[in-house]
Design a protein around this ligand. Structure first.
Ligand code: SF4
Length: 126
């Protein structure tokens, strides 16, 4: 079993209950497709400018989480034709956050959850 943690963005915390991020876990789809038996173990919220993210990730690690995902909406936007990488998503500093989390915890950090843009290659910092 792979223990998954999601660090979401504060920008949509009151409008999105993460259904699109959580639903594909059970079906091993989207950004979870390479796992054997992924289980969601916890969710935290990043707050701008992201200074809390390393601490949150550290708590997740202490609680046993093995893989940290950042939601797809951080780097992509819903368009008339589905989710697209252009013009980007909520967070302009996602690569920086991912690197900081990985360096602090040693855990693999994944950009993406569900509803990936067409043809998107999932990026993992590990
Ligand atoms: S730093 Fe990025 S992920 Fe964190 S709250 Fe701000 S925009 Fe959202």
């Amino acid at each position: 079993m792979e223990k998954i943690g999601i660090i979401r963005c504060e920008k949509n915390e009151t409008t999105c209950p993460l259904v699109g991020c959580i639903k594909p876990i059970a079906g091993k789809a989207q950004a979870y497709k390479d796992y054997e038996d992924p289980q969601l173990m916890g969710v935290f919220t990043c707050r701008c400018p992201g200074d809390n993210v390393v601490e949150l990730a550290g708590i997740m690690k202490k609680k046993g989480i093995e893989f940290i995902h950042f939601p797809t909406c951080l780097f992509s936007t819903k368009t008339e034709d589905g989710w697209a990488s252009e013009p980007g998503g909520f967070c302009g500093k996602l690569p920086e956050l991912m690197k900081a989390v990985h360096e602090a915890t040693g855990l693999p950090v994944v950009a993406g959850t569900g509803h990936l843009p067409k043809g998107h290659i999932v990026e993992v910092v590990k």
